[in-house]
Design a protein around this ligand. Structure first.
Ligand SMILES: [Zn+2]
Length: 256
Protein backbone atom coordinates (compact mmCIF):
# COMPACT_ATOMS: atom_id res chain seq x y z
CA UNK A 1 0.00 0.00 0.00
CA UNK A 2 2.86 2.38 0.79
CA UNK A 3 4.12 2.01 -2.77
CA UNK A 4 0.76 3.10 -4.20
CA UNK A 5 0.68 6.17 -1.97
CA UNK A 6 4.15 7.25 -3.12
CA UNK A 7 3.18 6.75 -6.78
CA UNK A 8 0.01 8.83 -6.37
CA UNK A 9 1.97 11.57 -4.62
CA UNK A 10 4.41 11.70 -7.51
CA UNK A 11 1.56 11.89 -10.01
CA UNK A 12 -0.02 14.73 -8.08
CA UNK A 13 3.22 16.68 -7.97
CA UNK A 14 4.31 16.32 -11.56
CA UNK A 15 1.18 15.32 -13.48
CA UNK A 16 3.14 12.49 -15.07
CA UNK A 17 4.78 9.45 -13.47
CA UNK A 18 8.57 9.10 -13.69
CA UNK A 19 10.54 5.89 -13.75
CA UNK A 20 12.13 6.99 -10.48
CA UNK A 21 8.69 6.97 -8.81
CA UNK A 22 8.09 3.29 -9.69
CA UNK A 23 9.02 0.84 -6.97
CA UNK A 24 12.13 -0.90 -8.27
CA UNK A 25 11.96 -3.63 -5.66
CA UNK A 26 8.38 -4.74 -6.34
CA UNK A 27 5.96 -5.53 -9.17
CA UNK A 28 3.92 -3.03 -11.12
CA UNK A 29 4.05 -0.83 -14.16
CA UNK A 30 6.71 -1.43 -16.80
CA UNK A 31 7.82 1.41 -19.03
CA UNK A 32 9.05 -1.01 -21.68
CA UNK A 33 5.89 -3.11 -22.04
CA UNK A 34 4.44 -3.88 -25.48
CA UNK A 35 6.10 -3.84 -28.90
CA UNK A 36 6.33 -0.24 -30.10
CA UNK A 37 7.47 0.03 -33.75
CA UNK A 38 6.64 -3.68 -34.15
CA UNK A 39 9.54 -5.12 -32.18
CA UNK A 40 10.43 -5.96 -28.61
CA UNK A 41 12.93 -8.00 -26.62
CA UNK A 42 10.86 -11.15 -26.11
CA UNK A 43 8.41 -13.54 -27.69
CA UNK A 44 6.86 -13.22 -31.16
CA UNK A 45 8.36 -9.75 -31.73
CA UNK A 46 11.71 -10.51 -30.03
CA UNK A 47 15.26 -10.53 -31.49
CA UNK A 48 14.79 -13.91 -33.24
CA UNK A 49 12.03 -12.28 -35.33
CA UNK A 50 13.68 -8.94 -36.12
CA UNK A 51 14.73 -10.30 -39.54
CA UNK A 52 11.05 -10.14 -40.54
CA UNK A 53 11.24 -6.35 -40.14
CA UNK A 54 14.70 -5.84 -41.63
CA UNK A 55 16.72 -8.53 -43.40
CA UNK A 56 20.01 -7.14 -42.01
CA UNK A 57 18.98 -8.27 -38.51
CA UNK A 58 19.00 -11.92 -39.65
CA UNK A 59 21.30 -11.99 -42.69
CA UNK A 60 23.87 -9.30 -41.82
CA UNK A 61 27.50 -10.34 -41.35
CA UNK A 62 28.60 -7.39 -39.22
CA UNK A 63 25.97 -7.33 -36.49
CA UNK A 64 26.17 -5.95 -32.96
CA UNK A 65 26.56 -6.49 -30.09
CA UNK A 66 29.42 -9.01 -29.86
CA UNK A 67 31.49 -10.64 -27.16
CA UNK A 68 34.71 -8.63 -26.85
CA UNK A 69 36.96 -11.30 -25.31
CA UNK A 70 38.67 -12.28 -28.56
CA UNK A 71 40.19 -8.82 -28.91
CA UNK A 72 43.59 -8.22 -30.46
CA UNK A 73 45.91 -5.75 -28.71
CA UNK A 74 46.59 -3.14 -31.36
CA UNK A 75 48.27 0.18 -31.89
CA UNK A 76 44.90 1.35 -33.24
CA UNK A 77 44.32 4.93 -32.33
CA UNK A 78 41.67 5.58 -29.72
CA UNK A 79 38.89 7.92 -30.82
CA UNK A 80 39.48 11.55 -29.91
CA UNK A 81 36.53 12.30 -27.61
CA UNK A 82 35.64 16.01 -27.54
CA UNK A 83 32.48 16.05 -25.43
CA UNK A 84 31.21 19.14 -23.63
CA UNK A 85 28.27 20.10 -21.45
CA UNK A 86 25.16 19.98 -23.66
CA UNK A 87 23.41 23.22 -24.58
CA UNK A 88 20.09 21.46 -23.93
CA UNK A 89 18.83 17.96 -23.22
CA UNK A 90 15.47 16.16 -23.49
CA UNK A 91 14.72 12.86 -21.75
CA UNK A 92 12.63 10.48 -23.85
CA UNK A 93 10.95 7.17 -22.99
CA UNK A 94 10.51 5.56 -26.43
CA UNK A 95 9.16 2.27 -25.07
CA UNK A 96 12.50 0.50 -25.61
CA UNK A 97 14.81 2.60 -23.46
CA UNK A 98 15.39 5.96 -21.83
CA UNK A 99 17.16 8.28 -24.25
CA UNK A 100 18.67 11.70 -23.56
CA UNK A 101 18.67 13.73 -26.79
CA UNK A 102 21.41 16.34 -26.81
CA UNK A 103 22.09 19.68 -28.51
CA UNK A 104 25.66 20.89 -28.98
CA UNK A 105 27.33 18.34 -26.71
CA UNK A 106 30.52 18.05 -28.73
CA UNK A 107 31.59 14.99 -30.66
CA UNK A 108 34.33 12.54 -31.47
CA UNK A 109 37.01 12.47 -34.18
CA UNK A 110 37.79 9.08 -35.71
CA UNK A 111 40.29 8.75 -38.54
CA UNK A 112 39.95 12.41 -39.41
CA UNK A 113 36.13 12.37 -39.53
CA UNK A 114 34.05 14.31 -37.01
CA UNK A 115 30.92 12.72 -35.54
CA UNK A 116 28.50 14.82 -33.51
CA UNK A 117 27.07 13.49 -30.23
CA UNK A 118 23.27 13.29 -30.71
CA UNK A 119 21.95 11.14 -27.85
CA UNK A 120 22.74 8.69 -25.10
CA UNK A 121 20.51 5.77 -24.09
CA UNK A 122 20.75 2.79 -21.76
CA UNK A 123 20.55 -1.00 -21.81
CA UNK A 124 20.01 -3.57 -19.06
CA UNK A 125 21.87 -5.91 -19.08
CA UNK A 126 24.86 -4.68 -21.07
CA UNK A 127 24.67 -5.65 -24.74
CA UNK A 128 28.39 -6.25 -25.24
CA UNK A 129 29.91 -8.94 -23.08
CA UNK A 130 33.48 -9.79 -22.07
CA UNK A 131 34.20 -13.52 -22.06
CA UNK A 132 30.47 -14.20 -21.75
CA UNK A 133 30.03 -11.84 -18.82
CA UNK A 134 27.47 -9.03 -19.03
CA UNK A 135 27.52 -5.91 -16.86
CA UNK A 136 24.32 -4.67 -15.16
CA UNK A 137 23.99 -1.81 -17.66
CA UNK A 138 25.58 -0.23 -20.73
CA UNK A 139 25.24 3.38 -21.91
CA UNK A 140 25.44 4.09 -25.65
CA UNK A 141 26.61 7.51 -26.80
CA UNK A 142 25.42 7.81 -30.41
CA UNK A 143 27.33 10.15 -32.74
CA UNK A 144 26.24 11.10 -36.26
CA UNK A 145 28.90 11.38 -38.95
CA UNK A 146 29.15 11.83 -42.70
CA UNK A 147 27.06 9.78 -45.16
CA UNK A 148 24.71 8.38 -42.51
CA UNK A 149 27.53 6.70 -40.64
CA UNK A 150 27.41 6.47 -36.86
CA UNK A 151 30.02 6.20 -34.15
CA UNK A 152 28.76 4.74 -30.89
CA UNK A 153 30.76 4.78 -27.66
CA UNK A 154 29.60 2.16 -25.17
CA UNK A 155 30.26 2.52 -21.45
CA UNK A 156 29.65 -0.41 -19.09
CA UNK A 157 27.99 0.38 -15.76
CA UNK A 158 28.68 -1.83 -12.76
CA UNK A 159 27.11 -1.91 -9.31
CA UNK A 160 28.95 0.44 -6.94
CA UNK A 161 28.92 4.13 -6.04
CA UNK A 162 25.87 6.26 -6.82
CA UNK A 163 26.26 8.16 -10.11
CA UNK A 164 25.30 11.79 -9.57
CA UNK A 165 24.21 12.51 -13.17
CA UNK A 166 21.89 9.49 -13.39
CA UNK A 167 19.58 10.76 -10.63
CA UNK A 168 18.49 13.78 -12.68
CA UNK A 169 17.85 11.58 -15.74
CA UNK A 170 15.82 8.99 -13.82
CA UNK A 171 13.85 11.77 -12.09
CA UNK A 172 12.94 13.36 -15.43
CA UNK A 173 12.30 10.13 -17.36
CA UNK A 174 8.59 9.47 -18.01
CA UNK A 175 7.46 5.99 -16.88
CA UNK A 176 5.58 5.49 -20.18
CA UNK A 177 6.00 6.96 -23.67
CA UNK A 178 6.86 10.60 -23.47
CA UNK A 179 9.43 13.30 -23.31
CA UNK A 180 10.54 15.82 -20.70
CA UNK A 181 13.17 18.54 -20.52
CA UNK A 182 16.21 17.78 -18.38
CA UNK A 183 16.51 20.76 -16.08
CA UNK A 184 20.00 19.94 -14.88
CA UNK A 185 22.91 20.69 -17.25
CA UNK A 186 23.95 17.40 -18.87
CA UNK A 187 27.68 16.84 -19.23
CA UNK A 188 28.51 13.55 -21.00
CA UNK A 189 32.04 13.63 -19.57
CA UNK A 190 30.54 12.51 -16.25
CA UNK A 191 30.09 9.08 -17.88
CA UNK A 192 33.65 8.55 -19.13
CA UNK A 193 35.84 6.15 -17.14
CA UNK A 194 39.25 7.52 -16.14
CA UNK A 195 41.13 4.91 -18.12
CA UNK A 196 40.96 5.29 -21.89
CA UNK A 197 41.54 1.63 -22.93
CA UNK A 198 38.81 0.54 -25.33
CA UNK A 199 37.58 -2.16 -27.69
CA UNK A 200 36.95 -1.14 -31.32
CA UNK A 201 35.19 -2.93 -34.17
CA UNK A 202 32.83 -2.43 -37.13
CA UNK A 203 29.22 -3.31 -36.46
CA UNK A 204 25.56 -2.35 -36.55
CA UNK A 205 22.66 -0.80 -34.74
CA UNK A 206 21.58 -3.23 -31.99
CA UNK A 207 17.88 -2.59 -32.75
CA UNK A 208 15.91 -2.87 -36.01
CA UNK A 209 16.75 -2.04 -38.76
CA UNK A 210 20.18 -3.36 -37.57
CA UNK A 211 21.97 -1.20 -40.18
CA UNK A 212 25.69 -1.99 -40.53
CA UNK A 213 26.84 1.61 -40.32
CA UNK A 214 28.39 1.78 -36.86
CA UNK A 215 32.00 2.35 -35.83
CA UNK A 216 31.91 0.85 -32.33
CA UNK A 217 34.09 1.79 -29.37
CA UNK A 218 33.39 0.13 -26.02
CA UNK A 219 35.33 1.47 -23.06
CA UNK A 220 37.16 -1.38 -21.30
CA UNK A 221 36.74 0.08 -17.81
CA UNK A 222 33.22 0.28 -16.36
CA UNK A 223 31.81 3.24 -14.49
CA UNK A 224 29.59 2.77 -11.45
CA UNK A 225 25.99 3.39 -10.43
CA UNK A 226 24.25 2.42 -7.21
CA UNK A 227 22.22 -0.78 -6.91
CA UNK A 228 19.09 1.35 -6.55
CA UNK A 229 19.82 3.40 -9.68
CA UNK A 230 20.33 0.18 -11.63
CA UNK A 231 17.16 -1.31 -10.13
CA UNK A 232 15.04 1.71 -11.15
CA UNK A 233 16.05 1.25 -14.79
CA UNK A 234 15.84 -2.56 -14.66
CA UNK A 235 12.32 -2.33 -13.28
CA UNK A 236 11.17 -0.04 -16.10
CA UNK A 237 13.09 -2.07 -18.74
CA UNK A 238 13.43 -5.65 -17.42
CA UNK A 239 15.52 -6.75 -20.43
CA UNK A 240 16.48 -4.48 -23.35
CA UNK A 241 19.70 -6.11 -24.54
CA UNK A 242 20.00 -7.85 -27.91
CA UNK A 243 21.88 -11.17 -27.61
CA UNK A 244 25.51 -11.17 -28.85
CA UNK A 245 26.00 -11.80 -32.55
CA UNK A 246 28.70 -13.84 -34.37
CA UNK A 247 31.97 -11.96 -34.84
CA UNK A 248 32.49 -13.71 -38.21
CA UNK A 249 35.48 -12.38 -40.15
CA UNK A 250 35.81 -9.24 -38.07
CA UNK A 251 38.49 -8.37 -35.53
CA UNK A 252 37.97 -6.60 -32.22
CA UNK A 253 40.93 -4.28 -31.63
CA UNK A 254 41.96 -3.19 -28.16
CA UNK A 255 43.51 0.24 -27.79
CA UNK A 256 45.87 1.12 -24.92
ZN1 LIG B 1 22.00 1.00 -27.64
Amino acid sequence: MRVAVIAIAALTLTGCARISSLNPWGGGEHGGAGAPHGWSYEGATGPAHWGELSSACAAGREQSPVDLASSVAAAARAPDIRWQAAHSAEVLNNGHTIQVSLERAGGVVIEGETYELAQVHFHHLSEHTVDGRAFPMEAHFVHEGPDGRLAVIGVFIEDGERHAALDAIWEAAPSTFGEAALEERFDPRAFLPERTASYRYRGSLTTPPCSEVVDWTVMATPIQASAQQIAIFAHAFPGNARPVQPIGRRFVLRTP
